[in-house]
Design a protein around this ligand. Sequence first.
Ligand SMILES: [Zn+2]
Ligand SMILES: [Zn+2]
Length: 320
Amino acid sequence: MIITPVTPHLNTFLIITLSKKMDGDTSNIKSLKFQMIVKLCLGCKFKSNFFDWCDACKLKHFKLNYDKSPSGNNEIDNRLKYYYSKSGLSEEFIEWISYEEFKDITHNVVNKETYSALWSKGCICDWNKDKFNWNRKIKKVALVNFEYNIIDFYRVLKEKEQYKLYGISKDPTSHSYILVFDDEVYNQNLCVKCQILSNFFYWCKSCKLNHFQLNYGEFPSGNDEIDNILKDHYYDFISPKELIEWIPYNEFRDIVLTADNKEIYNALWSKGCIYDWDEDKLSWIREVKKVTLVNFKCSINDFNIMVSYNLQYFLKLHLL
Ligand SMILES: [Zn+2]
Ligand SMILES: [Zn+2]
């Protein structure tokens, strides 16, 4: 496919796509079609930058790219057109994204309404004055299906600046509308409801467990019972002081056996204990700590009793 440079001609711009088939004769052009014709008003035809155009010309470009009514829903179409004509920066755009543009769709195990996918066409980066269209970049995206939750759909759309929202799509099977977010920004795997709650303690159970998984892995201890205790704690505790967590052994430095009891060691915990939640970074604030490690090798019952007493960080437990 060859895209010719744009030829300004009166107030019409053409982009011509030539499709070549390499069946022996390389010069054999099988088809020639006019891909894009944007008729700009007199005021806009001298302005090569999309953002300098008038609203009417921007909407003509919208129609060429997405069709007159891409979503099939008046309210959604109107919002898409509004953002297309009123956005002053490419980052502010949200656009209609055809579902076929998503590849490698994988469903989230915990939250069935969320999928991740590769957006093959990619997000808009900036305006290409030569090609007369957007420069794009392939992106990993998070898709959130709003089948049962159309009120939240419109609320998130309204507050789109808070999220990195690329656009709207439609699931061809359920016919429900989908919001398309940047996967990296969505990396905490938070549900849409929890995304606006920056405090960990207000999150729902499934978001807390996602955060657990991100921090410690799905089965950190390799022991079902202990993993369940850790997970239960992670969504039950209501202040940082209450938390017990999984600590990989390599986070301990300067391990010293106490003289009188070989089951008790002292160490420096390099990653440190949790003492608060950082609402900007959405992660824990920590402090390097001296800790005492108690080895329960011969006494798994005592271990369970200690855990049920909910010991605080100064007595961290680790099975050896
Ligand atoms: Zn115009
Ligand atoms: Zn949630």
